[in-house]
Ligand binder design. Structure first.
Ligand SMILES: Cc1cc2nc3c(=O)[nH]c(=O)nc-3n(C[C@H](O)[C@H](O)[C@H](O)COP(=O)(O)OP(=O)(O)OC[C@H]3O[C@@H](n4cnc5c(N)ncnc54)[C@H](O)[C@@H]3O)c2cc1C
Length: 539
């Protein structure tokens, strides 16, 4: 057992936790972040990919809309290389109320969101695949965002300022001294050992898991996990983020991100943030609704489906999870519950993570009785200056051409080279193939790992020298994880692809019978079959 002492312990390595640790480190705090798997293992790595302009909340949730546009402006300044400046349209389809457009414009103006109505002819010039029966179109400053990269860069910056980021460290209990939280008991999953971290202050940034962490100190934090399913289409059918112009509901956005376009999403109350299934009706609904925006989308190749869980906080029970504000909440448990040494930051969106971090660290400063100014809105994330602008779709291809690295691709679908994968393993400290995926998008393209997984495992084995059994298990972990997202969409071309992948791995490589355990303790834990008695309610 190891024992360490720090000023602030942050629990959760999603966008919020990574933002908080960076802010803490920049303000001179001695801080440690623990995450039970890899960074972005939670909702941050399973979201839609949208930098909100606030338009989506302009009518229904004006507070959230204002937060979004404020942060939209800041994030464009500090992390342009994590964003693609796609712009956004809100469109009125034949299924929507055309008068809502005026309410929408008014809501945007009140929230300070730049909005202009453009002609349908102009819209179709820019996005020819959109439904020609759309009657109105409004332009807002939405963008596509890479949350894997942004979170990693927040962590990198935090490290440069002296913070420690410990992934694969799961908090199993909080340590108490009377009514004060004094630290956490963690399990280091890699070394399989207990670590006790004593801290003057614990920050609970565990997203949809925040209620579980709070319960370890006997605190009641009511989080309603709202599951949202998304579907990736194997084409950039659009280059602009397109939203339906109506009150937020199911399947009303398509986001172009990297090489794909993502249709989303649903909102279903689940009892546990980890144990839930992607239901066939959710996929059908996404495609039916997507068809209203882009006719023909249903017949395109669908790559995979995934789901994330919204950390929606409320003090009283909700019926419809869409009625809960998307704005965030800071809970000071000393004033709320009489338990000191812990605060919880919950709710919000990816877009507002930096502001959430600032508010949290302001409170930490208050608790420590110090005054230190936040600078995260001023100082760009690592690489922003060198990169010199927004991410663009052709960037990877241009890089491969510049390096003449045509024969050196490990993942042909996403153009990840050997150098990229080796960097992810050595400098990025990847422990699993899924960690490599989050860094270089390995296995996220049409073949879903068919041709790159065994190559990546080979590199991991050569560079890290794990036992052959462990390398085999790492291979199985990754294939199993990919499989979870393929199962709900197995038809057409993707079914043929999966049959080929099955032949490669089960017939040629005999992966199921290679020596070693079936799975490792580092395997991702999302989408395990539901355990709760309660059926999943469609809302
Ligand atoms: C379907 C869907 C689509 C969305 N789309 C968008 C969008 O397009 N734009 C946008 O701005 N927002 C979007 N959001 C919201 C956004 O994704 C979330 O608000 C945000 O990612 C939450 O980040 P977080 O860091 O608070 O939580 P998380 O990313 O969930 O991080 C919490 C972390 O805590 C870790 N953890 C849990 N328990 C423990 C433990 N015991 N020990 C250690 N670590 C632990 C988890 O593994 C997890 O990594 C979407 C949400 C959903 C569900």
């Amino acid at each position: 057992m190891r024992t360490v002492q720090t000023e602030v312990l942050v629990i959760g390595g999603g966008a919020t936790g990574a933002g908080i640790i960076r802010d803490l480190a920049m303000r001179g705090f001695d801080a440690i972040l623990v995450e039970k798997r890899d960074l972005t293992h939670g909702t941050t790595g399973r979201y839609h990919g949208l930098l909100h302009s606030g338009g989506r909340y302009a009518v229904k949730d004006p507070k959230a809309a204002v937060e979004c546009i404020e942060e939209n402006r800041i994030l464009r300044r500090i992390m342009p290389h994590c964003l693609e400046d796609t712009g956004g349209f809100f469109v009125v389809t034949p299924w929507d109320d055309p008068d809502f457009g005026d309410t929408f414009m008014e809501g945007c103006r009140k929230a300070g969101i730049p909005v202009e109505e453009i002609s349908v002819a102009q819209m179709l010039r820019e996005e020819p695949l959109l439904n020609p029966n759309i009657s109105r179109c409004f332009r807002v400053p939405d963008a596509a965002a890479d949350s894997f990269l942004a979170t990693r860069l927040n962590a990198e910056s935090a490290r440069e300022y002296g913070a420690h980021i410990w992934t694969y460290h799961e908090v199993r209990d909080l340590m108490m001294d009377g009514q004060r939280v004094i630290g956490a008991v963690c399990h280091d999953l890699v070394r399989d050992e207990e670590v006790r971290i004593y801290a003057d202050m614990v920050v609970n940034a565990a997203g949809a898991w925040a209620g579980k962490i709070a319960a370890m100190a006997g605190l009641d934090v009511h989080i309603t996990p709202g599951k949202g399913v998304m579907v990736a289409i194997n084409h950039r059918v659009l280059n602009t983020v397109v939203n339906r112009c109506k009150m937020p509901s199911d399947g009303d956005i398509i986001v172009p991100i990297h090489t794909v376009a993502v249709i989303g999403t649903t909102d279903v109350k689940v009892s546990d943030p980890e144990h839930f299934a992607i239901e066939p009706w959710e996929i059908e609904l996404m495609l039916d609704e997507g068809e209203k925006l882009v006719p023909g989308v249903k017949n395109m190749r669908i790559l995979r489906a995934w789901a994330g869980v919204r950390p929606l906080y409320q003090e009283t029970k909700a019926v419809d999870t869409r009625d809960i504000t998307r704005a965030y909440t800071l809970l000071d448990h000393e004033t709320r519950d009489g338990v000191s040494g812990i605060i919880t930051m919950t709710g919000g969106k990816w877009t507002t993570y930096r502001q959430m971090a600032q508010v949290t660290v302001d409170r930490v400063c208050e608790k420590f009785g110090v005054q230190r100014e936040c600078r995260t809105h001023l100082e760009p994330l690592p690489g922003a200056e060198k990169h010199g602008g927004y991410h663009w779709l052709g960037a990877r291809f241009a890089d491969v051409e510049r390096r003449q690295a045509y024969g050196d691709l490990i993942c042909e679908c996403e153009l990840a080279t050997r150098e990229d994968v080796e960097r992810a393993i050595v400098q990025g400290d990847a422990k699993t193939i899924d960690d490599i995926r989050r860094m270089v998008r390995l296995g996220m393209g049409p073949c879903q790992g068919g041709f790159c997984t065994f190559r990546a495992v080979g590199l991991l084995h050569r560079l890290r020298h794990p036992d052959v059994e462990d390398a085999n298990a790492a291979l199985r972990d990754f294939l199993q994880e990919r499989w979870k997202g393929l199962l709900p969409i197995l038809w057409g071309q993707q079914l043929r692809q999966e049959r080929l992948d099955e032949l490669i791995y089960l017939s040629v490589l005999n992966v199921d019978h290679l020596p070693g355990p079936k799975a490792t303790p580092l395997a991702p834990v999302m989408y395990d079959p539901p355990t709760g008695e309660e059926p999943q309610a469609r809302v």
